[in-house]
Write a protein that binds this ligand. Structure first.
Ligand code: 4NP
Length: 156
């Protein structure tokens, strides 16, 4: 039997965008009846052990997503072998990941928005901005999650 697909979402701090992606994608994958291992991590360790940013949680909870149990961690070397898809929120995250990852794992590292039906390529960092930034993060992540689910459904 094929083992379930696994997806790691990555941003800089692992407190805004990638935990939001984890919460949204987990919700949508469950609704789609897909067995997917889902996690998130940051390329940097500014907030290790902390829960997702309150602004991300409020915006996500309003749309029905759960952030229960999520805790910030940093990407580590075993992630590059463990996960089938390693999805970066922006180009800087992508470059950082490619710099850390063994070359033979580079093809699984992609921009998350490669799966979204939009011209946007990056999920912008909302950390230093206002509420609208957090809503945009959710809009883009919802689109990309739908696209990734359709893609994985085709593969399975
Ligand atoms: P994230 O946002 O990468 O979406 O989690 C950030 C969180 C923290 C910082 C920057 C971005 N920071 O500089 O502490």
């Amino acid at each position: 039997m094929k083992q379930s697909t696994s997806v790691l979402f990555v941003c800089l701090g692992n407190i805004c965008r990638s935990p939001t992606a984890e919460a949204v994608f987990r919700h949508k994958a469950e609704l789609a009846g897909l067995d997917i291992q889902i996690d998130s991590a940051g390329t940097h360790g500014y907030h290790i052990g902390k829960q997702p940013d309150n602004r991300s949680q409020s915006a996500g909870i309003e749309r029905g997503y759960s952030f229960k149990g999520l805790k910030c961690r940093r990407v580590d070397e075993s992630d590059f072998t463990k996960f089938d898809y390693i999805l970066a929120m922006d180009r800087s995250n992508l470059e950082n990941l490619r710099g850390m990852a063994p070359v033979q794992t580079h093809e699984k590292i992609k921009l998350f928005l490669d799966f979204a039906d939009t011209e946007d390529e990056e999920v912008p960092d909302p950390y230093y901005g206002g509420k609208r930034g957090f809503e945009l993060v959710l809009d883009l992540i919802e689109l990309a999650s739908d696209g990734l689910i359709a893609h994985i459904n085709k593969q399975q």
